[in-house]
Ligand binder design. Structure first.
Ligand SMILES: *Cc1c(COP(=O)(O)O)cnc(C)c1O
Length: 433
């Protein structure tokens, strides 16, 4: 007979959690762990009554702050009409309106949108699109992907295969992961020109492998979870030229950078280039619901439609979830009607000013800021058990990883609150040995 453990309701929430729940990239008994009661604007309220200013936007997503009334009203209205319906053979206004608006906002040449549930899945779909495109053209040898080191594209298997081999821990899954082609990380910083030496490795790998490559995939301008690195728009421009020269598709993963984070609506606008496939997620719904999108160019859509397969072979159960689409539509309304560019450039200026002193600290290797993203890179990895409670005691939510202490706050954060975030970063880092 199965013995069912009764939940120990009398225990504090983190204790109950430790007995039953997995957390991301954490051991079975996650520690430290803080329980959130509610959230409003840029503040998280813990169950013990403490309030934290959120410096993470719940991993890039909550760009308008928590519980924005416009997004809530949109989701509530949709809930009363149609929360969800299967997307096979059926359609609905929020999904169609969202795809239309994404196409209108995104770089030129993208013609059609495939909706899915999460960023990793959007990347899987991008890869499938590329493989099916070459199948349709009879180039069945073109099955591999080229990417740059230092990238992050998600945790499912095809996405994982193009993450940085070291930070993506490829050795754990060797044999089960597709082997892709890796070029050096773009070494030219955002504010530097891209010189021929910076793309030499990429060029030689493209030349060597072009006949077997389906696509190049990379995060434009900002490499996120693979290292929080900002690189030169000139590099991104050169990648587009090289893909055209070698007739290889180009996939931009803007799951982290999309919707204004770098100061432009899409990071590729810094280089004025457009991809053949674009992945969106994270901030798409303003952080309220899980939703992602993969946008494809006309030549890809046409080739797949005319192929023997005749269709893109993918179809998630919750595809086009109407609640998620209604949240995304409301988030796009806010981006259209609110001065997010001004807010992001104000945040950028303040981050530059207030994080600069970190560069003098002995533990610090580099400080960099782009748009509403501020990064302090340390010489050594942080001790999460010590640093996480230190940030909570300082009244802010900052979640470092490895050697990186960074913030990407909601765009609506006030100057005073941002000063508390940057002040806590300086204080906590200055106390590191
Ligand atoms: C977060 C992220 C993903 C994966 O998205 P999930 O929603 O976590 O699956 C993919 N690419 C980039 C650039 C990301 O930042």
């Amino acid at each position: 007979m199965v013995q069912h453990r009764r939940p120990a309701q009398a225990l504090p929430l983190p204790e109950r959690d430790r007995r039953a729940v997995w957390h991301p990239y954490a051991p079975p008994e996650a520690d430290p762990l803080f329980a959130v009661e509610s959230a409003e604007g840029v503040r998280l309220r813990l169950t013990d009554g403490r309030e934290l200013i959120d410096g993470m936007s719940s991993w890039w997503a909550v760009i308008h702050g928590y519980r924005h009334p416009h997004i809530e009203a949109s989701v509530r209205a949709q809930l009363e009409r149609l929360p969800h319906v299967m997307f096979g053979g059926l359609t609905h206004e929020p999904a169609v309106a969202l795809c239309e608006r994404l196409l209108a906002l995104s770089p030129a040449g993208l013609e059609r949108v495939f909706l899915s549930d999460s960023g990793s899945v959007a990347v899987e779909i991008a890869i499938k699109l590329a493989l099916q495109y070459w199948q349709a053209r009879g180039a069945t040898r073109r099955r591999r992907l080229l990417t740059v080191r230092g990238g992050y594209h998600g945790d499912t298997f095809a996405a994982m295969s193009v993450c940085d081999p070291e930070t993506g821990m490829h050795h754990l899954f060797r044999g089960a992961l597709a082997e892709q082609v890796f070029a050096e990380r773009p070494a030219c910083r955002f504010e530097e020109p891209c010189e021929p030496r910076h793309t030499r490795d990429l060029e030689s790998k493209l030349e060597a492998h072009a006949g077997s490559l389906a696509a190049v995939i990379l995060e434009p301008i900002v490499q996120g979870a693979g290292g929080m690195w900002f690189y030169s728009p000139g590099y991104l421009k050169r990648v587009r030229e090289l893909c055209d020269e070698h007739d290889v598709l180009l996939i931009h993963d803007e799951i982290a950078t999309g919707f204004g984070r770098t100061g432009r609506l899409f990071a590729s606008e810094h280089a004025d280039v457009a991809p053949d496939v674009l992945c969106l997620g994270k901030a798409l719904t303003g952080g309220v619901m899980t939703l992602a999108a993969t946008l494809a160019s006309e030549r890809i859509c046409r080739a797949i439609a005319d192929s023997s397969a005749g269709a893109l072979m993918h179809g998630p159960t919750f595809m086009g979830n109407a609640l998620a689409c209604s949240a995304a539509l409301a988030s796009l309304d806010l981006l259209e009607r609110e001065p997010w560019q001004e807010r992001v450039s104000r945040i950028e200026a303040q981050l530059v000013r207030e994080l600069a002193p970190c560069a003098e600290l002995p533990a610090v290797a580099d400080v960099r800021v782009l748009g509403a993203i501020g990064v302090v890179e340390l010489h050594d990895p942080v001790d999460m058990k010590a640093i996480q409670p230190a940030f909570v005691d300082a009244g802010v939510w900052i979640r470092p990883f490895g050697r990186l202490v960074y913030t990407m706050p909601p765009y609506v954060i006030e100057g005073e609150d941002l000063a508390r975030v940057t002040g806590a970063m300086r204080d906590v880092i200055s106390r590191l040995a």
